[in-house]
Design a protein around this ligand. Structure first.
Ligand code: SF4
Ligand code: SF4
Length: 200
């Protein structure tokens, strides 16, 4: 295959022509910027800038903000100290200390559960990894140190800080958490049972 020769772009014939092109392009750019400024100053055009913190930011429902730990019906923390969130965390910022639970029906609970929020990258992997809806990333976007000074959020802070109004209950069954997936699972269970009993 032969070599394709690409011609050079057209050159300015002299230095005055080049300078003219340069200056007019800058002036056009400044004019566009100035027009936007004037329109937004006189409210002729909507600006996306918000005057935070006086004006609250409006994020979408899928926004992943500050973490919280959910509670069971009896008010205890839902977490079973399985370490799946800590294992999935790419920033290695979750620290858990597991303890044996008094109840025979619950194997373990977190004696300590801490998140070093300054290392967190808000990826949501912990929420995804949790099998019991014990940890979620909520809509709070203002990151403050717990108790005014601590950037390591403790279990107590994650379960019952003021904004959580006494704590959030976990979603108990899979149907509420993943309705589409659960209905599919039910269908396939029904299908399997029909096959097993020779009715399909
Ligand atoms: S959001 Fe990501 S980085 Fe932050 S604690 Fe969860 S897994 Fe770790
Ligand atoms: S928050 Fe969920 S994933 Fe993390 S240790 Fe507790 S139960 Fe396991």
């Amino acid at each position: 295959m032969g070599v394709i020769k690409v011609p050079l772009p057209p050159q300015d014939t002299n230095v005055f022509q080049a300078a003219w092109g340069y200056i007019t392009t800058i002036l056009k750019g400044l004019f566009v910027t100035k027009m936007i400024l004037v329109k937004q100053l006189f409210k002729l055009e909507k600006t996306e800038t918000i005057e935070w913190p006086e004006e609250p930011a409006d994020y979408g429902p899928r926004f992943k903000g500050k973490h919280f730990l959910t509670k069971r019906d009896d008010g205890n923390v839902r977490c079973t100290a399985c370490f799946l969130c800590a294992t999935a965390c790419p920033a290695d910022c979750i620290y858990i200390e597991a303890g044996e639970h008094k109840s025979k029906t619950i194997e373990k609970y977190p004696v300590r559960f801490e998140i070093d929020i300054l290392r967190c990258v808000f990826c949501g992997f912990c929420e995804e990894a949790c099998p019991v809806d014990a940890i979620r990333l909520g809509p709070e976007y203002i990151m403050l140190p717990a108790d005014g000074t601590k950037w390591v959020y403790t279990k107590e802070y994650l379960v019952a800080r003021t904004n959580l109004n006494g704590g959030i209950q976990s979603i108990k069954d899979e149907e509420e958490k993943h309705p589409e997936v659960t209905s599919l699972t039910h269908e396939s269970k029904h299908h399997r049972s029909l096959v097993k009993h020779g009715k399909h």
